[in-house]
Design a protein around this ligand. Structure first.
Ligand code: FAD
Length: 488
């Protein structure tokens, strides 16, 4: 039986990102993917938020995405646009880029990192024991893994077979999404219906339409038909516009559910397998990629024996609250998008609030993922937050902080007296760089914060320790995050 340290079920955006992270940490990882390649049957996500661009930048691959998409302000809340161009980040914007392209770019990166992919087959079952997991494939083969990660989407077989509950809310609305030709000139643009937003957009060829429509009745789990599409068009617009030549047709709902646990023994969940919600706000792919970046280095350290298994508990502790918050704000937006007069009044009130500077900043930081703070205790405002991509001066010349994270290794950045802070017992795991930085330290929403003398940065770019002028707490932080000291 072929062995891998980690098997990932599902090579969508989350599985691919996780595979890349593990490969960078030199873990023997393989991906099992049902599809034969990255082509998607439907277009799904339309882009990336600022923090996702930042995490890709932390690995040196942001440019691959930026060069193929369109940089623009993409954040919004319940159709109120939220501009982040005054935010203190190099990427003070989002990126319009279809999921299909995003997956192809990620797949090419994973290929460069030589991750084996088992395409065109599914994980059909698994059994875990004290030392690993036997993973059954639909082609009759089996793989042996130390850990199995379910990145297999909202209907995750891994989640179900692991017996992990998926509590939440049934759909209140189902949508059809399609690309088709129409006879005559349809009503382009957005039309608010009682239950939410309908939209007809012209495709690049100027002829075909992309359609998003609310169905007259909630349907779940069934394949949509051309008749469903005609019926929904007629219900919203009073005509089916002679819809024909449908090149794709798909259905999604506003079901909101989250895995009760992100781990059952040697089985973990990430991305849609761990949380599903309506696409409103464009969060799903983004938080899936960020789940992967939180989990990757931790799993790598557990697999190679650097850290105890308990490090994996911090994955759920940190990422479950993020998923829960996305479910809540997505449900709020779905409710605010209803077309009745009272909801309209509520939306206008919300819109007035969001035009005020402080609420705008808070919501924009939330929707673009820049406000994430993991609870690492009290202390300097940087603790648990994303490390800003400062322009440093080092012995080897100018360096960006994100460049120093490209290899996915932890970093102790010493901005005080050169040579201070001895971390010899962790030297094989943690980079230590002396640097100077003369500019202001600014965080989204919070604004300027006191310049620290040193920061310990995790591979996911979150700050694990901030110097208070001494090395107080540094050894504990190093041990918590990067394992016990090695002497000799
Ligand atoms: C209409 C629509 C619009 C959206 N817009 C946005 C947006 O603008 N922004 C955003 O961030 N998100 C958006 N999303 C959500 C986004 O598409 C998902 O959150 C994202 O695809 C999740 O990635 P994933 O890798 O976790 O799961 P998936 O993309 O579902 O990938 C799961 C993968 O696992 C494979 N698989 C499944 N079962 C098995 C198995 N048993 N064995 C092996 N392989 C398996 C599948 O083939 C698939 O490739 C949208 C979704 C929809 C439907």
């Amino acid at each position: 039986m072929k062995k891998h340290a980690v098997v990932i079920a599902g090579g969508g955006p989350t599985g691919l990102m996780l595979a890349g992270e593990l490969a960078l940490a030199r873990v023997d990882v393989a991906v099992v993917e049902r599809r034969a390649n990255q082509d998607l049957a439907s277009s799904r996500a339309g882009g990336l938020h600022s923090r996702t661009i930042e995490v890709l930048d932390q690995r040196g691959i942001a440019e691959r995405f930026l060069s193929q998409g369109k940089v623009m302000q993409v954040a919004g809340f319940a159709m109120v646009p939220l501009d982040i161009s005054d935010f203190p980040t190099r990427h003070n914007y989002g990126l319009a880029l279809w999921q299909d392209r995003i997956e192809h770019i990620l797949a090419a990166w994973v290929d460069e990192l030589a991750v084996p992919i088992y395409p065109g087959r599914e994980v059909s079952g698994f059994a875990q024991d004290d030392t690993g997991v036997d993973v059954e494939l639909s082609d009759g083969r089996s793989l042996r893994a130390t850990y199995l990660v379910g990145c297999d989407g909202g209907r995750s077989l891994i989640r179900k077979k692991a017996g992990i509950d998926f509590p939440g809310w049934d759909p209140s609305v189902s949508y059809l999404i399609a690309e088709a030709e129409m006879t005559g000139e349809p009503e382009w643009g957005i039309r608010l219906g009682e239950k939410g937003v309908n939209a007809l957009g012209k495709l690049e060829d100027g002829k075909r339409a992309r359609v998003v429509l609310i169905e007259p009745h909630v349907v779940q789990g069934e394949e949509p038909t051309l008749d469903n599409l005609r019926e929904a068009l007629s219900a919203v617009y009073g005509t089916d516009y002679g819809v024909h030549n449908v090149t794709w047709l798909s259905r999604f709902t506003d079901m909101a559910r989250q895995a009760a646990s992100y781990r059952a023994g040697r089985v973990l969940l990430a991305g849609d397998a761990a949380h599903v919600h309506a696409p409103t706000g464009g969060q799903g792919l983004n938080i899936g990629v960020q789940d992967a970046v939180n989990l990757g280095w931790k799993l790598a350290q557990v697999v190679d024996g650097t850290s105890p298994e308990s490090l994996l508990d911090t994955y759920e502790a940190e990422r479950h609250p993020i998923g829960a918050r996305v479910l809540k704000t997505t449900m709020a937006q779905t409710a605010l998008n209803r077309g009745d007069e009272r909801t309209k009044a509520l939306r206008e009130t919300m819109s007035e609030l969001l035009k005020m500077d402080e609420p705008r900043k808070r919501y924009a930081a939330m929707m673009s993922g820049l406000d994430v703070r993991y609870d690492l205790g009290a202390g300097h405002p940087l603790l648990g937050r994303r490390m800003p991509d400062l322009d440093l001066v080092t012995e080897s010349g100018p360096r960006r902080v994100f460049t120093l994270l490209h290899a996915g290794r932890p970093l102790l950045l010493n901005l005080g007296e050169p040579g201070a802070l001895d971390i010899a017992p962790w030297a094989n795991r943690v980079q230590r760089i002396d640097a100077r930085y003369a500019g202001a330290w600014e965080l989204p929403v919070l604004g300027a914060v006191a310049a620290p003398a040193a920061v310990l940065i995790r591979p996911d770019g979150h700050v694990a320790w901030v110097a208070d002028g001494t090395d107080h707490g540094l050894r504990d932080a190093l041990t918590t995050w990067f394992g016990p000291p090695h002497h000799g």
